[in-house]
Design a protein. Structure first.
Length: 459
């Protein structure tokens, strides 16, 4: 706009000072308007006004410098280019109409006889070329923007997956690993809910992690089961059972390892989704491929943790698991004001039994005792192998009298006619876990010193 004014001294010279003054004033007005107008409050159509106003500037400059000989005709393409880059198709069409007005205005003002033949040719060519150039540029710009957006979203997918894998790699908690997979899927797809279903021991899909609201069980089972059996993604534009639960569209993405489905990602949207974009589909495929590694690692971690907390011989929790669980149970007991008892049990004359019967018989006796006792316990009770032939028993919510009766039943269920000594203590709500177990252990040794095959209650 400034250049158009700057080249006025160049020939040919006209005498249209009025037109030049109006063109300069209108140029300044356009600049001020663009700078100061509250565009965010105005309708989108208002954005075409500066471009249309500049057509008037071009028309004034042409007339002030001799019309077709002025050299200003090419400036009429600038608003067209501007609208092709930043405007809509309708705005561009209006801009092309404005360009036509620049060239046809002299015809309307001067009349056909005074309009040079060269001007007719120029006007027709400009009016015909402008739509081709304008709409072509707009289409190319739209395609480039679309590709740029796809690239940006693809990079966002990769970033989401990378962050998830970083979180997974830093975590030793299998539950955190599963949540990270669900969170990444939710970020990629913009879903309102994501669930992870994995086959259990019965080959039935079970919910292992979720983020967002709850998906109805009927839709979850039907769609996930189909994706599990077919090993192919399934998208439901209208979830038949989901609307009353706030889920309108659903997608089921199988997680494959060597063509075997190890899990199914279930995604749900509160608003209807016509179809998944290629960006979301590719992102979910990438995540599913990474999720296989993550879930395998989660299973391995879970197995390692379970192995580290389990006694190899009896299958009972080991001393490490016991020392982890007892403080937690004491905290729950303190919060709920309920009793807790601990019993320590030791097989009598176990060394002699080993020497007489052999170590394999001794191992068999330990396993038989653990199995017989476990069948007598509640699901909330915890029987652990404390070490060697010594076992510990945690009885939450159990009074001392009830605990004594239970331990007596365990003593009568010893295999092969062997006997067991036991010491039992009830938590006083102030002592530590170590002190609590120490009292029960002291009672156990009192039973040993008292002749074995008996139960002693700690004081």
């Amino acid at each position: 706009m400034a250049l158009a004014i700057a080249v006025l001294p160049l020939p040919p010279h006209g005498d249209g000072l009025t037109e030049i003054a109006l063109a300069a004033a209108l140029t300044g007005l356009i600049l001020v308007t663009v700078w100061l107008a509250p565009w965010h409050r105005l309708p989108r159509f208002a954005e075409v006004v500066p471009a249309l106003a500049y057509f008037v500037v071009v028309a004034l400059l042409r007339e002030s410098q001799g019309g077709a000989l002025s050299g200003y005709s090419s400036l009429a393409m600038l608003p067209v280019f501007w609208l092709a880059l930043y405007g809509t198709r309708d705005q561009l069409a209006i801009g092309i109409a404005g360009l036509a007005g620049v060239f046809l205005a002299p015809l309307l003002l001067l009349g056909a006889p005074d309009y040079p033949a060269t001007e007719w040719r120029t006007a027709i060519l400009w009016i015909c070329v402008a739509p081709i150039v304008g709409f072509t540029v707009q289409a190319l710009v739209a395609e480039l923007r679309c590709r740029a957006e796809e690239t940006r979203l693809a990079l966002a997918n990769i970033e989401a997956i990378t962050l998830a894998m970083r979180e997974i790699g830093a975590s030793t908690d299998p539950e955190a690993v599963r949540r990270a997979v669900c969170s990444s899927a939710r970020q990629i797809a913009g879903a309102d809910v994501v669930q992870l279903l994995e086959p259990n021991a019965d080959d039935r899909l079970a919910l292992t992690s979720a983020v967002g609201m709850r998906i109805p069980r009927a839709g979850e089972e039907a769609g996930a089961g189909l994706a599990f059996m077919s090993r192919k993604p399934l998208f439901l534009r209208e979830a038949s059972h989901g609307e009353r639960h706030g889920v309108r569209s659903m997608h089921f993405e199988p997680v494959l390892r060597d063509e075997i489905v190890v899990a199914v990602l279930v995604l749900g949207w509160a608003k209807p989704v016509k179809r998944l974009s290629p960006r979301i589909e590719s992102g979910l495929r990438m995540l599913a491929a990474e999720a296989v590694i993550a879930l395998d690692r989660a299973r391995l971690l879970s197995q390692l943790q379970e192995t580290a907390r389990t006694d190899d011989l009896t299958g009972l929790p080991n001393r490490r698991a016991w020392e982890e669980e007892l403080p937690r149970e004491l905290m729950r007991a303190a919060r709920d004001s309920r009793p807790v008892c601990v019993a320590m049990l030791d097989l009598d004359q176990f060394k002699r039994f080993n020497d007489d019967q052999g170590h394999q018989a001794g191992d068999r006796l330990l396993k038989q005792a653990a199995s017989a006792w476990t069948s007598q316990l509640r699901t909330s009770d915890m029987l652990a192998r404390y070490g060697g032939e010594e076992f510990s028993l945690l009885l939450p919510g159990c009074t001392l009298e009830n605990a004594k009766a239970l331990v007596q039943r365990l003593r009568t269920n010893m295999p092969d006619g062997e006997t067991v000594s036991a010491g039992i203590a009830c938590w006083d709500e102030t002592e530590s876990a170590e002190e609590f177990v120490g009292r029960a252990d002291t009672a156990l040794y009192a039973a040993k010193r008292g002749g074995r095959d008996r139960l002693v209650t700690a004081t």
